[in-house]
Every structure is written in C-alpha cells, then in structure tokens.
Design a protein around this ligand. Structure first.
Ligand code: KG4
Ligand code: ZN
Length: 347
C-alpha cells in the first residue's frame, strides 16, 4: 500500500510516498528556515503563505513520474501546529482525496515523530520513547502503536525551543539547535555552572524544565561581566564555551529523565525522535548506554518531514483507526506540552 504523506505544521513544507509504512519511495522537504531566520523564529502568517506557494511543487516532486495513479491513500498532519500552516496541508490533502476518491488519514504530528525511527529500524515493543523537538519534550511508555502512554513532559519550554532561545541570545541565528550543537563541539562544557532542571522526586521523575536553564545562561553571563551581543559570535571562544555548557545541561536532563523511566519500568529499550534527536551529544551518549537497546530516528527523519506522516498513517490504516479531523491544532504555546503535575506530597 502506497501512502502519500503531507506535512505543513510549522515551517517545513513536505511530501513523501511510503510503501507499507517502511519503504520510503520519496521524501521531499522544503525548509522555510532561511525565510524565517531574519525574525529569529517562525512567523505564522509567513509560514502559511509559503506553504500555499510551495505545496503543489513539493507534492509533484514526491509523486515523481508515477503520478498520483499509484497512490492508495492520502495522509496529512492534522495537528498540533500552527493553524494557518496546517490548514494549507489539510485542504490540499482533502481536495486530492476527494477528487481521486482515495481514503484520507489524519495524523497527529507527535505520533508521526514517534513513528520516525520505525522507518529505518525493526523495533520490538515495549519501549520508552523520547520525542523531543522545538515544540515538544515528551516521554512515553509504548506497548504498541495504539498503546502509547504519556509518562512525562516539559512543564515549560521544549528542549529545542531552549536551544533556539539560547542561539538567539548569543546572536547565532534561527533555527538554533544545529548551530549551538556545532559551536558546543569547540567549547568547554564546564564554563558555566547551570541548574540541572527538575528534581528526580516522585512528582517530576519523568518531567523536564528548560525555561530556568535558559534564563540561568543569561544570568551567569551577566555575573561574569560578559556583554551581549558578542561580536562575530561564531568565532568567539566564549560563545563556544556557553554553547558547550548549555548543551551538556540540556542533553543530560533528557538522558537523566529517560533513564529514570527505563529503571522504573524495567523496559530496557529506548527510542528517540524529533528535531533534537539529531543532536550529536544526545546520540553519542545514548550509544554508550549498556544493557539498554537504543534506537534513533535517522537524521533525515528527525526534523519535520512527511515520510513519518505516511508511515504512521499506514499503521493507523491497518488498525482501522482513521480518525476524523478533530482539528486539534494549536500553537507551540499549547497546553499539550505542559505536563499536568500532581501537587508534591507533604511529608
Ligand atoms: O521536529 P522539528 O523539526 O520541529 C518541531 O516539531 O518542533 O524540531 C525543530 C527543533 C528546533 O528547535 C531545532 O533548533 C532543534 O529541533 N534541533 C536541534 C538540532 N537540530 C535541530 N536541537 C539540538 N541539536 C540539534 N542538532
Ligand atoms: Zn515536528
């Protein structure tokens, strides 16, 4: 079964044809990063307009010479994401499905990210999934594609969001994750002493917090008498050192909370996905874990792409789970990424 996937939730316009949930026949991603970078973040209206401009060209490239006649179903990201951006993909997908009389499958963006490692790996259940991107930082216990239980999340900023904010603070540009990751490789990770994020107590064993770490970077710099902006930041030793210190703290927090989940559930299998799964420290540290099977999304499928949408749609279609469009779409400031925390127990 060949599924055409369409993704337009943020600033990537993407289309892909995937056969039987695993065989990626094409994956085309048009990134708007250069368009948004002067604004140091994604401007929703500009994103929507550019999706409208690019979407048919991207789909055309993805379907190639075979055209739409070989496609058996259409899948599209229904949310969460920027509503105007999502509507471009959804309307295009609905029109195609309607005119071709094909089934349409609505796909949740986070479930699509979580599926991405399955495109390139044979992964048995159960496992602990870490989905970490610019909008989300989530831990799941996964017992099957339809049995995913959220066990933790960020209570404020997402990890990728913190990378983007630190990058902006240092004058390194948007999107910041890859730049900060590259700069970190040249710096001293002990330059700044940063808070480790949330405690490992009962309430927050699987939760994350990034807002305080990002703010601490600004305070520590001020305390050291370092003035921002730093001229020619990519060549500054101070910037490399700040990036290395932030990266160590940000990634160690992800690893620590994931380890808590592994220890408590005794599920010795970890799967990571989302834009931040491309991070070099996260991948290197995870690869060192002994006694735990680790799987990572392949680099082309970490950031937003449509292969993960078509892949996830296949397993939903097989399970007869063709969701209606709930249009459960909201901005990055949504409640979804905020963990609901029980009050701390009084002793
Ligand atoms: O999954 P994605 O493309 O979009 C969302 O759904 O948010 O993730 C984008 C996020 C951005 O915040 C970006 O800075 C971050 O992933 N990112 C990274 C790296 N590459 C991308 N963060 C840390 N290290 C990286 N190498
Ligand atoms: Zn995403």
């Amino acid at each position: 079964m060949k599924i055409l996937g369409i993704e337009s939730s943020c600033d990537e316009t993407a289309a892909s044809v995937v056969e039987d949930g695993r065989k990626v026949l094409s994956s085309v991603v048009f990134s708007q990063a250069d368009i948004h970078s002067p604004f140091n973040g994604v401007v929703p209206e500009i994103a929507s307009r550019n999706h409208a401009l690019k979407i048919l060209g991207v789909i055309e490239k993805a379907i190639g010479d075979g055209g739409l006649s070989e496609v058996d179903a259409i899948a599209v990201t229904e949310g969460p994401g920027l509503i105007g951006a999502l509507l471009v993909g959804i309307s295009t997908a609905k029109s195609l499905a309607f005119s071709l009389r094909l089934p349409i499958i609505a796909v949740n963006h986070i479930l699509a990210h979580a599926y991405a490692p399955h495109l390139t790996n044979e992964i048995p259940f159960p496992y602990i999934a870490l989905v970490v991107s610019g909008g989300h930082t989530l831990l799941y216990r996964v017992d099957g594609f339809q049995q995913m239980t959220r066990i933790g999340s960020t209570i404020d900023d997402a990890c990728g969001e913190a990378y983007d904010k630190v990058s902006k603070m240092l004058g390194l540009g948007y999107p910041g994750g890859k730049i900060v990751d590259d700069m970190a490789a040249r710096g001293d990770e002990n330059f700044l002493d940063l808070p480790r994020g949330l405690r490992d107590d009962e309430r927050d064993r699987y939760n994350f917090s990034y807002s305080g770490i990002k703010t601490a970077v600004a305070f520590r710099l001020k305390k050291k008498g370092i003035e921002l902006p730093i001229q020619n930041p990519t060549e500054s030793k101070t910037v490399w050192d700040v990036c290395a210190s932030f990266q160590k703290t940000a990634i160690d927090l992800l690893l620590r909370k994931t380890k808590n989940a592994v220890t408590d559930t005794k599920i010795n299998r970890v799967v990571i996905s989302g834009g931040v799964a491309a991070n070099s420290r996260l991948r290197a540290e995870l690869a060192k874990w002994r006694g735990v099977e680790t799987y990572m999304a392949a680099l082309p499928y970490c950031g937003d792409n449509a292969a993960m949408v078509a892949g996830r749609a296949f397993v939903d279609f097989q399970a007869n789970r063709i969701s209606d469009f709930s249009l459960d779409a909201f901005s990055r400031l949504s409640a979804l990424k905020k963990g609901k925390r029980a009050p701390r127990k009084k002793h």
